[in-house]
Design a binder for this molecule. Structure first.
Ligand code: ZN
Length: 437
């Protein structure tokens, strides 16, 4: 059993970061946190409370982790599960539910009551409508950056499934607030929006504990995700401040490490709320001055001392992406560049630029030079344009694979790495096919 609280204390108090591997460990190992509370570390964690009248669980992790989580749980206690609270409806938080229902069924025990916000079921329906899209973008987002497997780009919509089968619906839903009791323990469930519109966080007064779901994840808040629906940074910050107002002494997040200690938790909640508030404030100030999205994206910056916190590293999402989401939330999709309102097809513009430059090869060569000089942002434009102008051009694909490969390595966030790695693999695949012929 790992001493997760000692680990988080060491990282936070000394402001040190020793890599994501020590913070998010999908081991299905159970760690006791005292007073009948445990955390099973998994793709998303499962937080467990013994209440004297059954176990109350927060989340069930990803479908593939459900069985492992249950096994670890049963190494700790035989008590039946009385409640499963979904912190929100993401697949990695609800997917393992089937394993717990099966267990109850096999043991002829009472079926756990599943509690969630009322927007969870509409989310499940949206996932069924957009299964193909979500399958593809998740494969892209989570593709192992170090592994260049050919063919990853060819996910066939409908052929593969995103999420558990079936999504297990909640039995009890609420809109703003719900109190549940199990044995001697009260759980105050509060709805707030942030990463999602169906989120809850829980205050457990008997333990002075907060179950924060994805409001705390030990990475820069996932409030910008380029391939997913709207997120709510300011409301996210507000939820964190509401949690802080309870003066919690134990913080139980769905990803990363649990945290003990009133002052320590207050500091973490404040820092995360602050970065989100700063991004919204600065972005809105520029929007209100009439700036274009492009100007805002390249102007707004967060203080290094906050970005260096071990729980704010941009290794998953990143501030630049959050700015896009703020723009979309408070504005529209038009970015302020009139050429982008009703643009020519990408391939037409690229062909024209290639004609001006003297061919797609010229664009590719220049992409390579610019990349070598260190401007990967610009190099990506030129490399992409080269293959758009001439999709059969093997030289251009070679440069595109190199440029996006370099970009993948240079970026910090999994989301950027995933998208650049996908482009790299597309071109490598074309090169591979060409070499076979
Ligand atoms: Zn999550």
């Amino acid at each position: 059993m790992a001493d997760l609280l000692a680990l988080s204390e060491r990282f936070i108090d000394n402001d040190i970061y020793e890599g994501a591997g020590l913070i998010n460990r999908p081991t299905t190992e159970l760690s006791e946190l005292g007073n009948g509370i445990a955390m099973v570390e998994a793709f998303s964690h499962v937080v467990v409370f013994k209440t004297g009248d059954g176990l109350v669980l927060f989340d069930t992790s990803l479908e593939a982790f459900g069985g492992g989580v249950l096994k670890s749980l049963r190494g700790w206690t035989d008590e039946p599960v009385s409640h499963i609270c979904y912190t929100h409806g993401h697949a990695d938080h609800v997917g393992g539910t089937g394993a717990f229902l099966c267990e109850a069924c096999e043991k002829e025990a009472r079926r756990p009551r599943i509690v969630a916000h009322e927007n969870v079921s509409p989310r499940f329906r949206r996932y069924e409508q957009t299964n193909g899209y979500n399958y593809i973008i998740n494969a892209r987002q989570f593709a192992p950056a170090s592994e260049l497997r050919m063919g990853d780009g060819s996910a066939t919509p409908g052929a593969r499934r995103f999420g558990p089968d079936p999504w297990v619906e909640p039995d009890t839903t609420f809109r703003d607030r719900l109190e549940i009791r199990s044995g001697d323990t009260r759980f105050e469930l509060h709805h707030a929006i942030g990463e999602t519109d169906d989120h809850l966080w829980a205050w457990v007064p008997e333990h002075k504990a907060i179950c924060s779901g994805d409001f705390i994840t030990w990475v820069f808040p996932n409030a910008g995700n380029p391939q997913k629906v709207q997120r709510y940074p300011l409301e996210w910050a507000r939820a964190l401040r509401e949690m802080a107002a309870r003066e919690p002494e134990l913080l139980l997040p769905a990803h990363g490490l649990p945290i003990a200690g009133k002052a320590r938790i207050a500091g973490v909640l404040d820092a995360i709320a602050t970065v989100l508030e700063m991004l919204v404030e600065q972005t809105l100030a520029m929007m209100n001055e009439g700036a274009r999205l492009d100007e805002i994206v390249h102007a707004v910056k967060l203080p290094t001392e906050l970005m260096n916190k071990p729980y704010l590293r941009p290794v998953y999402d990143e501030p630049e992406f959050v700015i896009h989401n703020i723009w979309r939330l408070y504005g529209g999709w038009y970015d302020g560049n009139p050429a982008h309102l009703k643009p020519a097809p990408d391939a037409v513009l690229a062909a024209e630029m290639a004609r001006l430059a003297g061919g797609a090869d010229k664009l590719a060569t220049r992409a390579s030079e610019v990349a070598q000089a260190g401007d990967l942002r610009l190099a990506c434009h030129l490399a992409e344009m080269a293959v758009q102008a001439d999709p059969e051009n093997i030289v251009a694909h070679g440069v595109r694979a190199e440029v996006f490969g370099a970009r993948r390595q240079a970026e910090a966030s999994l989301m950027a790495k995933g998208i650049y790695g996908f482009a790299e693999r597309q071109s490598l695949q074309i090169l591979g096919q060409h070499n076979q012929n």
